[in-house]
Ligand binder design. Sequence first.
Ligand code: NAD
Length: 353
Amino acid sequence: MREFTYVGHPTRVVFGTRTLNRLRDEVELLGRSRALILGTATRTELTARARDVLGPLAAAEFAGVVPHTPVEVTEAASEVLREAGADCLVAVGGSSATGLSKALALRTGLPQVVVPTTYAGSEATPVLGQTRDGVKTTLRDPRLRPQSVVYDVDLTLSLPVAFSVTSGVNALAHAVEALYAPQTDPVTDRLATGAVALLASALPRIAADPGDREARADALQAAWLAGTCLGTVGMGLHHKLCHTLGGTFGLEHAATHTVILPHAMAYNAAAAPEAMAAVARALGGAPDAATGVHDLIRSLGGPLSLRELGMAEEDLARAAELATAEPYPNPRPTTRDEISALLHDAWAGRRPA
Ligand code: NAD
């Protein structure tokens, strides 16, 4: 018998198509009337749509979202927030937009409405990664959780196939590592296997037809389920490696997850047989979970090697050292030499044994 502790999450979730139109209702439900809209300079049409829906509740916009939540950007957005007298935050975009919203919420206590447009899942977690002077640190705080999340499937139709694949595997990674997390529970297990099954079914359909709304809905729902796993239990080796490769070596977040996941799974396989069996079943009966994920990524045209992401081979030793400098929960203990071997396999894009 497994013993566990489970804490439910109070976030309100609206899911559907054209749900962006419900943004104003969500802000009104919070009893707020002066929203600061956060978005990316490259996607101004999206922030404009949010502004139109919010009407008089749109107090100001900040379109300077960039990855990894640099504190200088948060400070610039704080200035806009103060000048506008905003009383709530509305983030539209990928998890980088959500990151800025969380950073502002932590500093001001303002409530957040988040409209996610990728599968990274930050909206479902009480976690924030921030960068200062090029160093990324992560913190966990219940105040980081958005009060409301509006999933609009239509907004994901514009995600290019290549990014849909890597962002989808980012979600897959949350689910896989949740299944072997030390503090996992039956709710998280079911969310995780549900997410794996939805992604295994949705990603090939999206690759074949990026405008397939049902496939997009499945992937976005999986992103929510997997993000909820990430927000509930601790992650292991895979996330540690991706954090190191993204934070210190500047590799793109979602692509890094895609390359590393099969290798981290193969590394942990013998130490987490039940989790791997659950993943293999959820993948639709793959003979082996790690090679099943590798083959899925290959069939979708996703990146398989750190080399193609621009990682220099001579940096692998340093990455192995950083990723093993401090102990963290993982089914199989990690040593620098073993992680170095894993990274060499990932660099070359080998199919895990
Ligand atoms: P992102 O938010 O950086 O977006 C990537 C690019 O895709 C951007 O140029 C963005 O404008 C574009 N984009 C987003 N949605 C689009 C759409 N629907 N159509 C077309 N283009 C679109 O990428 P991401 O992977 O969502 O987020 C990565 C960041 O989030 C990293 O900094 C990562 O560390 C963080 N993250 C944090 C958590 C957490 O729990 N704290 C979880 C996952 C990711």
